[in-house]
Write a protein that binds this ligand. Structure first.
Ligand SMILES: [Zn+2]
Length: 479
C-alpha cells in the first residue's frame, strides 16, 4: 500500500520530523505523551511534523499533524494487521515518501526496532524517547538501542539504569513527561462534593483513588489489603514508637489468623524485658477505596481483584448480590474510551489520597496528574517514583524484590507495614494531607507541559542540523 504524500500537510522548504509511536489520535499512555509534546511544538512551525501512528483508528483526539496509519487487515479494515502493528511492513515506505531528517520514536525497544535498524537508517537521525520500567535492562531486545543517535530517558533513574546496562548507547539527559496544570488543578468544594456524591462518598469520608489498568506491575492487591486493615482495624499500634503493624492474616482460610502483631522496629525504645506494649488498631468505616480500572480488568486481567476482596472477607450479600462496602468501581468504564480528561481531573481533585504502589514504572503519569490536582500520593520507593514525587506524599520502601518472568526485571513490592503507617498518617491527619497536597501542586507546576515541550525543541533542532546534508533526501515533491 503506497503512501499518498499529497494528503500530507508538508512544506518542502522545511526539514521534516517523523514521529513513530501510538497514534496521537487515540487514548493510550504513549498517545497522550506524543500529543502533549508536539501540540505545543506545532505552533513553532520550525519543521514539518508527520506521524506514523500505531493502532490508529477513527480519531478520538484531534491532532494538527497528518497521521499515516500502520496497515489494516485486508479482510477487515477496522482492525490492525498484526504483522504491521509497529510498522515492520510499512515503515520503510513511509520513510521513502516523507523523507524525514529526524525520526522521533517512543515505545519499548522491540516496538521501535524497525526505526533503529532499517535499510534507510543512514538517511535520518533517530531520537529514541526511551521508557525504562524495570532493571536490569541487559536482555536481548535492549541491544538495539545503541543504534539510536540519541537515547532520551524519561527520568534520572532511567538514565542510571541504561548507563549501567547499555553502556554503548548514546544516552543524554532525561526529559520528563509533563502535566497540563490548567486542566489538572485543585477543584472547588462544590465540584468536590458533587463528584464524591456520585461515588457514594460523603464530604467527611476519606477517599483513596487509584487510576491504572489492572496489570501485574501495578500491584493493586496491595491497596485492597491496606484498605482491609484500615476498614477493619485489624492491626496493632506500638504504644512506644507509634508504628502500626498488620495482624497476621490467614490468606488460605480467608480470615484473621488470630495472632497479634508486635513491634519489630530495631529503633524502638520499648523495654526489652517486658516487651513492646501494643494497642489495638482503629476501624475506619469512613475510609473508601475507588478502583478506577476498566470493568473487564477487575477479573479478567492480571490480578483477580474480586478474589482478593473475597480473600479478605470484604464481600457482603445484599439482595442476592455480593457487595463490597467501602470498595468502589465504575461498572461502565471500558478500555480505550475511559472517561474524558476533565472528568478524570475532577476525580483526582475530589480524592483525599492518590495511590500507585507499582513494582516498576517508566514514569507513572497518574501520580503527576494527581499531584497537579493538589492531592497527596502514596507510592513505592522503586524505579521512577521517587524522582519526582518527593515531598508530595509518602514514598514507601519496598519490603522485597521478585524477579519477573520473561523480562528478568527485579520488581519491588511495597512493605505493607510501612505502607499501613503511611496511609494511616494521611487518613488520620487532614493537616498532613493539606500540607503534602500543597507541595504536590508546587512540584507539578515545575512539570507543566509548556516547560517540557521547549526542551524538545532545542534537542530536535540540534538533530535536524546534524542530519548530514550530503545524505539528505532530495526535497522534490513526487507527483
Ligand atoms: Zn515500637
Amino acid at each position: 500500500m503506497p503512501v499518498d504524500t499529497t494528503q500530507l500537510k508538508m512544506d518542502p522548504s522545511k526539514p521534516t520530523v517523523l514521529l513513530v509511536t501510538d497514534s496521537a489520535a487515540i487514548h493510550s499512555g504513549f498517545a497522550q505523551v506524543v500529543r502533549n509534546i508536539f501540540r505545543r511544538i506545532w505552533s513553532n512551525r520550525r519543521w514539518n511534523i508527520v506521524q506514523h501512528g500505531w493502532w490508529h483508528q477513527k480519531p478520538i483526539e484531534k491532532t494538527p499533524w497528518s497521521i499515516i496509519s500502520t496497515q489494516r487487515d485486508t479482510t477487515n479494515p477496522s482492525v490492525v494487521d498484526m504483522r504491521d502493528k509497529y510498522g515492520a511492513v510499512s515503515f520503510s515506505e513511509v520513510v521513502e515518501a516523507v523523507k524525514p531528517e529526524v525520526v522521533w520514536c517512543m515505545g519499548d525497544p522491540w516496538m521501535v526496532s524497525v526505526v533503529l535498524n532499517n535499510p534507510r537508517r543512514h538517511t535520518y537521525r533517530a531520537i529514541f524517547y526511551c521508557p525504562v520500567d524495570g532493571a536490569p535492562t541487559n536482555y536481548e531486545p535492549w541491544a538495539i538501542i545503541k543504534e539510536a543517535d540519541i537515547v532520551v530517558p524519561y527520568l534520572p533513574w532511567g538514565k542510571k539504569v541504561l548507563e549501567r546496562w547499555q553502556p554503548k548507547a548514546r544516552i543524554v539527559d532525561p526529559i520528563p513527561h509533563g502535566v497540563d496544570t490548567e486542566l489538572y488543578k485543585p477543584c472547588s468544594t462544590f465540584d468536590r462534593d458533587a463528584t464524591r456524591k456520585n461515588l457514594g462518598v460523603g464530604p467527611q469520608d476519606v477517599l483513596m483513588t487509584s487510576v491504572s489498568r489492572n496489570q501485574t506491575r501495578k500491584n493493586l492487591p496491595a491497596l485492597i489489603e491496606l484498605s482491609y486493615y484500615l476498614r477493619t482495624g485489624d492491626y496493632q499500634v506500638c504504644s512506644v514508637c507509634g508504628h502500626a503493624y498488620r495482624n497476621p492474616y490467614d490468606y488460605h482460610m480467608g480470615r484473621p489468623s488470630g495472632q497479634k502483631a508486635m513491634c519489630t522496629s530495631p529503633l524502638c525504645w520499648y523495654d526489652k524485658l517486658s516487651g513492646p506494649s501494643m494497642l489495638p488498631g482503629t476501624p475506619h468505616p469512613n475510609f473508601y477505596y475507588y478502583i478506577h480500572t476498566p470493568i473487564n480488568d477487575l477479573e479478567d486481567s492480571s490480578w483477580k481483584l474480586l478474589n482478593v476482596l473475597d480473600t479478605f472477607g470484604l464481600g457482603v450479600k445484599v439482595d442476592d448480590k455480593i457487595r463490597y462496602p467501602g470498595f468502589l468501581w465504575n461498572e461502565s468504564l471500558k478500555i480505550v474510551h475511559g472517561i474524558n480528561e476533565q472528568e478524570l481531573a475532577l476525580l483526582y481533585a475530589s480524592s483525599d489520597v492518590f495511590a500507585l504502589p507499582s513494582t516498576g514504572e517508566g514514569f507513572g503519569l497518574p501520580l503527576l496528574e494527581a499531584m497537579s490536582c493538589g492531592v497527596p500520593v502514596l507510592t513505592s520507593n522503586v524505579s521512577s517514583h521517587p524522582d519526582f514525587t518527593g515531598e508530595a506524599g509518602h514514598v514507601v520502601p519496598c519490603g522485597h524484590y521478585v524477579c519477573e518472568t520473561l523480562s528478568g526485571y527485579y520488581r519491588g513490592y511495597m512493605d505493607l507495614d510501612l505502607g499501613l503507617d503511611a496511609l494511616l498518617d494521611l487518613v488520620d491527619n487532614p493537616e498532613t494531607r493539606r500540607e503534602h497536597g500543597r507541595r504536590a501542586r508546587e512540584v507539578a507546576l515545575e512539570y507543566d507541559w509548556n516547560k517540557i515541550a521547549t526542551r524538545w525543541v532545542s534537542l530536535i533542532d540540534e538533530q535536524v542540523k546534524l542530519a548530514a546534508p550530503g545524505r539528505r533526501w532530495q526535497k522534490t515533491v513526487s507527483v
